[in-house]
Design a protein around this ligand. Structure first.
Ligand code: AMP
Length: 547
C-alpha cells in the first residue's frame, strides 16, 4: 500500500525560497574582490538569483547545461549556486588553484557553456579561453564600472549587466529531484580529475543532515563564516545548510590570512566556522603572536585532512573554541562523519574525551560505513583493527560523470554497492571512525602498517614544529620505513635527535621514524592538503642512514 503524503520534490530552490520567506532580513555579508564589504539579506539574494536565472534562460541556458565558476566565497557566487541549480542547470565549481591546463581540461570535459569568474582570476581565463571553444561567454563577477577589458577573451560579459537583463517575475521550475544540480571534480593527484555530479535530492538531504545537532549543529542564532572555499565540495554544504536553518552568512572572499579572518570574525560576530587545518595554522599563529582573543567565535569544523590534536587543544584550551573534527570527500557531498561526544562520554576524564575528539567521528544518519581487508572481508569494530573504508548513502557517489573509470563500487553479498573511499581506518564499538591513512600513503614496514597520520599528529605537538609530514622511503630489510619531514617555526630550534626522542613512549618503537629532514615548506595541493606524491618525488633520491 502506498502512503498518502504529498510528493514535493527536494529542490535547492526550495532552500533559498524558505530562507527568503522565513529569514528574509538575515544578513549575508561578503568581502568583495572590489575591496569593500557588501551586505544584503536572504530576501535580496533570492530576488537577484531569480533575475539571474531568468537572464541565463534568455542566454539559452537550459536544463542540464553546465555553468562553471572560478570564484571565491562571495554573494555573487552564492547567487550563481541558486540561479543555475534552481533553474535546472548544473553549477560546476572549479578550483582556481589547479594548473590552467588542468582547468581547461576540466571545462572541456564538463562541457561548460558559460563560465563566471572573480576578476582575480582573469589571467587564468585569458590562458584557458582559447582552449575552451564551447564556452559561449566569460562572465566577470564585478561591478559594471570595474569591468575588465581583455583582447585575449572574446565574449567577456559583465555579471551585473547580465543580471539586470533578467526579470524578477521568474518562477523556479518544479523539476525532478534526481536531476543534477552541481558538479565538482576530485583533486586528481594521480591521473585526470573525475567529476562528482550531485542531485537536488542528495544536496537537500545533505543540507538537512549536516545541520543536525550532532553534525554541524548550525542554527538561526549562528553567524557562520565558511573559510572552506565554495569551490571545494560546495564549502562542505554550508551554502545550502546556512539558508536552510537561517544562519547569518559571512563570506570572506580572497583574503584568507589570519589577520583578515580575525578582523572579519570580530566585526561580524562570527560564532561558527569551517576549514582545513592549514588555514587554521595561519589564524592561530596570528592571534597567538598578537595576543588576541575571540569574542564570539565558539565552534569550528575542521576536516579535509587530519586535524592535529595539538590544534584541537590550542583552540579549546587557549581560545575556548570547540573543534568538531569531520571527515568526508568530494564523492560524499562531502560529509561522512563528525566527532561529537555522546551523553555517556560526558563523565569520562578530560584526557579520554580528548582522545575521542581526535577521531574523525560518527556517521550522520544516511551514511553507512564498513572496513574490509584486502580480500573484502569485513573487519571488526574494535577501534584497533584497520582496513579499507567503504561508504554508502543517499549523498554518496554511484558513478563518476561520463562513466569515467567504469563502475567504482564494490558489491556485497546482498548486491548493495559500496563506495571505496581509498582511506584506511579503524572503527570502535560505538561507531567512532578514525582515519589512519590514505591507502596510497600508508607505510608498510616488515609487512606491518604504520599510520603516517599518527606520526604527523605527534610531531605537530612539538612546540618547535610548524608543519610535519611523514612518508615511506625504501629500506632494504623492512621494504619501507618512515621519514619525518618538518618545517620548524620561525626562530624555533629542534634537532633531529630531539624530534625522534619526542616519539619515545608515545608509539611502538618500530613506528618511530628513521630520520628527520628539515624543509622550508611542505608542498600543499589545491585544497590545502599535503601533497604526498610531490613530497615522495622530492625525496626520491634520499637514502636512509645505514640503508
Ligand atoms: P577531497 O575529496 O579532496 O575532499 O578529499 C577527500 C579525502 O581527504 C578523504 O578521502 C581523506 O583521505 C581526506 N580527509 C578528509 N577529511 C579528513 C580528516 N578529517 N582526516 C583525515 N583525512 C581526511
Amino acid at each position: 500500500m502506498q502512503g498518502l503524503m504529498m510528493d514535493m520534490p527536494l529542490l535547492v530552490s526550495g532552500i533559498l525560497q524558505h530562507a527568503a520567506r522565513h529569514h528574509g532580513d538575515t544578513e549575508i555579508v561578503s568581502r568583495r574582490t572590489e575591496g569593500d564589504i557588501h551586505r544584503y539579506t536572504y530576501a535580496d539574494c533570492e530576488r537577484r538569483a531569480r533575475r539571474l536565472a531568468d537572464a541565463l534562460t534568455r542566454e539559452g541556458v537550459s536544463i542540464g547545461d553546465r555553468v562553471a565558476t572560478l570564484a571565491w566565497n562571495g554573494y555573487r557566487h552564492l547567487e550563481l549556486y541558486y540561479a543555475v541549480g534552481g533553474m535546472g542547470a548544473v553549477i560546476h565549481t572549479i578550483n582556481p588553484r589547479l594548473h590552467p591546463e588542468q582547468i581547461a581540461w576540466i571545462v572541456n570535459h564538463a562541457g561548460d557553456v558559460h563560465l563566471a569568474f572573480d576578476t582575480t582570476f582573469l589571467p587564468i581565463v585569458e590562458a584557458i579561453a582559447p582552449h575552451c571553444p564551447n564556452v559561449r561567454s566569460w562572465i566577470a563577477m564585478v561591478d559594471e564600472e570595474r569591468q575588465p577589458a581583455s583582447d585575449k577573451v572574446a565574449n567577456l560579459v559583465n555579471y551585473e549587466r547580465l543580471l539586470a537583463g533578467g526579470a524578477e517575475g521568474y518562477r523556479w521550475p518544479e523539476i525532478d529531484e534526481r536531476s543534477a544540480v552541481g558538479l565538482c571534480y576530485t583533486s586528481g593527484t594521480t591521473g585526470n580529475p573525475k567529476g562528482a555530479m550531485y542531485t537536488h535530492r542528495s544536496t537537500v538531504l545533505h543540507a538537512y543532515a549536516s545541520a543536525l545537532p550532532d553534525a554541524m549543529g548550525a542554527s538561526s542564532r549562528d553567524c557562520i563564516l565558511p573559510v572552506v572555499p565554495m569551490f571545494h565540495v560546495n564549502a562542505w554544504g554550508l551554502p545550502y545548510s546556512c539558508p536552510l536553518v537561517g544562519a547569518k552568512l559571512v563570506l570572506p572572499g580572497a583574503q584568507l590570512d589570519g589577520k583578515s579572518l580575525y578582523e572579519l570574525f570580530e566585526a561580524e560576530g562570527v560564532t561558527y566556522s569551517a576549514g582545513v587545518p592549514t588555514v587554521w595554522l595561519g589564524l592561530l599563529q596570528y592571534v597567538g603572536q598578537a595576543g588576541l582573543k575571540f569574542s564570539t567565535f565558539s565552534r569550528t569544523v575542521i576536516g579535509g585532512s587530519a586535524c592535529p590534536p595539538a590544534m584541537i587543544r590550542a583552540f579549546q584550551e587557549q581560545y575556548g573554541v570547540e573543534v568538531i573534527h569531520a571527515w568526508g570527500m568530494t564523492e560524499m557531498s562531502p560529509l561522512g562523519t563528525l566527532c561529537r561526544l555522546q551523553n555517556k562520554h560526558l563523565k569520562l576524564p578530560p584526557e579520554a574525551q580528548q582522545r575521542l575528539l581526535e577521531k574523525q567521528g560518527h556517521v550522520i544518519f544516511g551514511v553507512d560505513l564498513k572496513i574490509v581487508d584486502d580480500d573484502d572481508r569485513e573487519l571488526p569494530w574494535d577501534g584497533k583493527t584497520f582496513g579499507n573504508l567503504l561508504a554508502r548513502g543517499p549523498w554518496v557517489l554511484r558513478e563518476y560523470f561520463r562513466g569515467e573509470g567504469g563502475d567504482p563500487l564494490k558489491y556485497d553479498a546482498d548486491g548493495r554497492g559500496w563506495f571505496p573511499t581509498g582511506d584506511v581506518a579503524t572503527i570502535d564499538a560505538d561507531g567512532y571512525m578514525q582515519i589512519t591513512d590514505r591507502s596510497k600513503d600508508v607505510i608498510k614496514s616488515g609487512g606491518e602498517w604504520i599510520s603516517t597520520i599518527d606520526l604527523e599528529n605527534l610531531a605537530m605537538a612539538h612546540p618547535a614544529v610548524a608543519n610535519a609530514a611523514v612518508i615511506g622511503v625504501p629500506h632494504p630489510k623492512w621494504d619501507e620505513r618512515p621519514l619525518l619531514v618538518v618545517v620548524r617555526k620561525a626562530q624555533a630550534e629542534a634537532t633531529r635527535e630531539e624530534l625522534l626522542a619526542f616519539y619515545e613512549g608515545k608509539v611502538a618503537k618500530w613506528w618511530i621514524p628513521d630520520d628527520v629532514r628539515f624543509v622550508d615548506a611542505i608542498p600543499l595541493g589545491a585544497t590545502g592538503k599535503i601533497l604526498k606524491t610531490k613530497l615522495r618525488e622530492q625525496f626520491r633520491d634520499y637514502r636512509l642512514p645505514g640503508a
